[in-house]
Design a binder for this molecule. Structure first.
Ligand code: S3P
Length: 195
């Protein structure tokens, strides 16, 4: 299957000595990690994985049901475990849950997996996306918009601190975001290579 030029270069860069093996997408709920991740994986012939799906499959329950039955701390432990178990993964695009950055112990695991890309978007855009469905238990509050705003202001510095690159997604299609992610990884790999 032919690969696009952008993808080809990004994948080649992933094979550089000491370079990255996987692409890890972090970002707030509704930032497009899964859709963009699938698009990048399709283009680059990488495997797409998603920590939420891994946990859902293990428990055979929705994330909302896992939160309700076992509580958030159990879910957070499972996120950590999923990252640990993925440490030998290669040629994977990994989408992570929006809260993966909350645990400091996850940060080195995210970084050691590969290039960490923060998909960011403004509050309006995120709200427009997350208010469409009820699948996110943390937003099941009386005032979900305020909850969302508070979570965003608490988490944005964490995404920023763990990410190698940041891609602004507001107003862009998943294809356009994928283009930007691959371009950013290429630029990063060139920079690393030149050092
Ligand atoms: C969460 C985000 C969700 C999911 C869970 C908790 C969070 O994933 O992991 O509901 O803490 O932000 P998405 O970011 O894919 O919505």
């Amino acid at each position: 299957m032919p690969v696009t030029a952008g993808c080809g270069e990004a994948v080649a860069a992933m094979h550089l000595p000491g370079s990255v093996h996987n692409i890890v997408l972090v970002g707030f709920m509704g930032s497009g990690k899964s859709s963009v991740g699938r698009e990048i994986a399709r283009r680059c012939e990488l495997r797409f994985l998603d920590t939420d799906s891994i946990i859902r499959q293990k428990y055979r329950k929705s994330i909302a049901d896992i939160f309700a039955s076992f509580g958030e701390p159990t879910f957070r432990d499972e996120e950590y475990r999923a990252l640990e178990e993925l440490q030998n993964a290669r040629r994977v695009v990994l989408a992570t849950g929006g809260g993966v950055v909350l645990q400091p112990r996850n940060h080195p695991l995210l970084r050691s997996l590969g290039v960490v890309v923060w998909l960011t978007a403004n509050e309006e855009v995120i709200w427009e996306r997350v208010s469409r469905n009820q699948s996110r238990p943390l937003l099941h509050t009386e005032d979900p918009r305020t909850t969302m705003r508070n979570l965003m202001s608490m988490r944005y510095p964490l995404y920023s601190s763990v990410a190698d690159v940041t891609v602004e997604t507001s107003g862009l299609t998943h294809q356009e975001v994928a283009d930007r992610v691959l371009a950013a990884i290429r630029a990063l790999s060139v920079g690393r290579h030149e050092k």
